[in-house]
Design a protein around this ligand. Structure first.
Ligand SMILES: Cc1cc2nc3c(=O)[nH]c(=O)nc-3n(C[C@H](O)[C@H](O)[C@H](O)COP(=O)(O)O)c2cc1C
Length: 170
């Protein structure tokens, strides 16, 4: 089937931005802590336990994390949109002033995240101007009572509405 002329990157962004996601920061510990913001995260398989996400081919951080072969997925909470922006920004020390502790693999677990997932790199596939990374889950944890950060059409969902949602328990 031919591709319609109207299928431009701008239209892809506008239309596919209606698909709502959470936001994660993928981190790892090399000579210094590494991390970048990512919304293409997904749970992939239960047995074996696998997750996936898609770094852009232009990502400067992913090649370093790939070389380390281990990384930590940090699921951001509703009040962490600043961290999302910080870990997407260029030309700054992304970890400056950020509170974190090493996870089981040494990958930074950012303070206050709603969950973290420690992974080993399992596979990487072609995906146009991105690649599809598959991670084998080695350990994971969630924080009770932390609501998620939600990203929709280029914006973060306002977090004050969470007060009317049921609290997430254990
Ligand atoms: C909410 C949000 C979601 C993002 N999702 C992705 C993503 O799924 N894949 C990706 O490669 N970049 C994504 N980015 C952009 C990267 O975080 C950004 O390009 C960053 O500069 C990459 O840094 P790097 O060059 O150090 O790898 C996202 C940014 C934001 C704010």
């Amino acid at each position: 089937m031919d591709i319609d002329d109207g299928v431009t990157p701008a239209r892809m962004r506008a239309v596919l931005g209606t698909f709502t996601t959470g936001v994660v920061v993928v981190t790892a510990m090399g000579e210094r802590p590494l991390g970048f913001t990512c919304q293409t995260f997904a749970s992939l398989s239960l047995e074996p336990p696998l997750i996936s996400f898609s770094p852009a081919r232009t990502s400067t951080t992913w090649p370093h994390i790939r070389e380390l072969g281990r990384f930590t997925i940090n699921v951001l909470a509703h009040d962490q949109s600043e961290l999302s922006e910080r870990f997407a920004a260029a030309g700054i020390d992304r970890f400056a002033g950020v509170d974190w502790a090493p996870g089981p693999s040494g990958g930074p677990v950012l303070a206050g995240v709603s969950a973290w997932v420690d992974c080993e790199l399992e596979a990487e596939y072609e995906g146009g101007d991105h690649t599809i990374v598959v991670g084998a889950v080695r350990s994971l944890e969630r924080s009770p009572g932390r609501h998620p950060l939600i990203f929709y059409r280029g914006h973060y969902a306002p977090s004050e509405h969470w007060d009317s949602w049921p609290r997430i328990g254990n």
